[in-house]
Design a binder for this molecule. Structure first.
Ligand code: HSE
Length: 429
């Protein structure tokens, strides 16, 4: 028997518990291993849960779980940096194997945790930390191990994807779509981590570590959120044949990697453009496989619990066979981060400009000064107080040049309001 202890019996903890309880026999048929939850801890043991726990199984003291001699695998599902970090450290020190869904912790303190686990000969399972029920960690780490990964596109945050989908398909404003997401329980009452792209950036740190063997931290990821996306830009994107998504992007080119999470345009017809609602997806390109695609539920007790259980079963095999812990992600990659502002992609730009002769040439003159070439222009929509939206798509432009050109254009007297620019990710790297 392999004993499991769960710390944090909230949505995901309860989901994982139920799978092990209700599918225990199925898992035993598939693996030949008897896996049982022997101890759980939660800060609030009395909160209502739709599971019936044996007398004495649940405590409010996490140390009782870690130190229980029948617990082989400690599952940390409380989230946040502390006390999760100290508890995981304690579990590793005790020689326990650890499963966690804690993306913030792995993004901020991944090196510390992984190194300690390697030193102690134990292991950290983190399938549940990225894309909930989609086995994307195993896909990159195991399934694609024979590949050099060159490109990852991710829709890693269901809350943002839900909001952008509502804005795109139903013409909702950002605020209404957010309220809708909160009413349905997809968004937290404080949605900052999700809508500002931080949750997705945490997840991208983890994917970059696995895909490029590089110990990415949050400061390596250029991060932006969706709160400033205006329905008018969604409409213009549609006219140009694009959808706006909160895209996590990581690419490697000649030893330099670039990683970012921000709203970007993706061509209609690219598989990632039709990932809608709360669903997540990852599009991962290997140099031997070419593009591969993973799609499913990125959150929720059952889906994320399923990922937790997959790590538990993986470890149970090795524990039963007396095999050493194996899967500490390597950071032996030879890649470096590309310097900030040096990446080059096409851009969408929207200016609110005076509707009078010579305006277009003034804007395009500044763009030319910064070596930015225009691929198309439209001027459309209602004139308001003499000003109209002018929308341009550029050819590939260096990010820094683009930002400087935008700042210079915003100084022109013909411009009202701050101009908008959005990256275009053609998705065919
Ligand atoms: N808050 C996340 C999301 C789910 O909206 O996708 C947990 O990672």
């Amino acid at each position: 028997m392999i004993g499991v202890g769960i710390i944090g019996l909230g949505t995901v903890g309860t989901g994982a518990y139920k799978i092990l309880d209700e599918h225990g026999l199925l898992i035993k048929q598939k693996t030949g291993i008897d896996i049982r939850v022997v101890k759980c801890a939660d800060i609030d043991p009395d909160r209502p849960r739709d599971i019936v726990l044996k007398e004495g199984l649940l405590t409010n003291n996490a140390f009782e779980v870690i130190e229980d001699k029948d617990v082989d695998i400690v599952v940390e599902l409380m989230g946040g940096i502390e006390p999760a970090r100290s508890l995981i450290r304690h579990a590793i020190e005790q020689g326990k194997w650890v499963v966690t869904a804690n993306k913030a912790l792995l993004a901020e303190k991944g090196d510390e945790i992984f190194k300690l686990a390697a030193r102690k000969g134990t292991e950290i399972g983190f399938e549940a930390s990225v894309c909930g029920g989609i086995p994307v960690i195993k896909a990159i780490r195991d399934g694609l191990v024979g590949n050099r990964i060159t490109y990852i596109l991710g829709i890693l945050n269901g809350t943002c994807n839900y909001i952008l989908t509502k804005m795109t398909l139903e013409g909702m404003s950002f605020n209404r779509a957010l309220e809708d997401a909160q009413r349905l329980g997809f968004a937290e009452s404080d949605p900052t981590l999700d809508i500002e792209g931080i949750d997705a950036a945490h997840k991208l740190c983890i994917l970059v570590r696995l895909a490029f063997q590089y110990p990415a931290v949050m400061s390596d990821i250029t991060t932006g959120g969706i709160s400033r996306i205006d329905p008018i830009d969604i409409e213009f994107a549609r006219e140009f044949g694009y959808r706006i998504k909160l895209l996590a992007v990581a690419k490697e080119d000649r030893g330099k990697i670039e990683a970012r999470v921000e709203p970007a345009m993706i061509p209609v017809g690219h598989p990632m453009s039709s990932v809608d609602g709360v669903y997540n997806a990852a599009y991962v390109v290997g140099d031997r496989t070419g593009p591969t695609l993973y799609y499913g539920k990125g959150a929720g007790g059952d889906a994320t619990g399923s990922a937790v259980v997959s790590d538990i079963v993986d470890m149970a095999y090795r524990i039963r066979n007396g095999a050493p812990a194996a899967k500490i992600p390597s950071t032996a990659g030879k890649v470096k981060m590309r310097g900030a502002g040096k990446s080059s992609v096409p851009y969408y730009m929207r200016f609110t400009a005076k509707d009078s002769p010579g305006v277009l040439s003034k804007i395009s003159g500044v763009l030319a000064d910064y070596k930015i070439s225009i691929s198309s222009v439209i001027q459309k929509g209602r004139k308001e107080n003499g000003y109209v939206p002018i929308v341009m798509l550029t050819h590939e432009a260096v990010e820094l040049n683009l930002k400087e050109a935008k700042a210079a254009i915003d100084q022109l007297p013909i411009i009202k309001d701050e101009s908008v620019y959005i990256r275009i990710e053609e998705g065919n790297q």
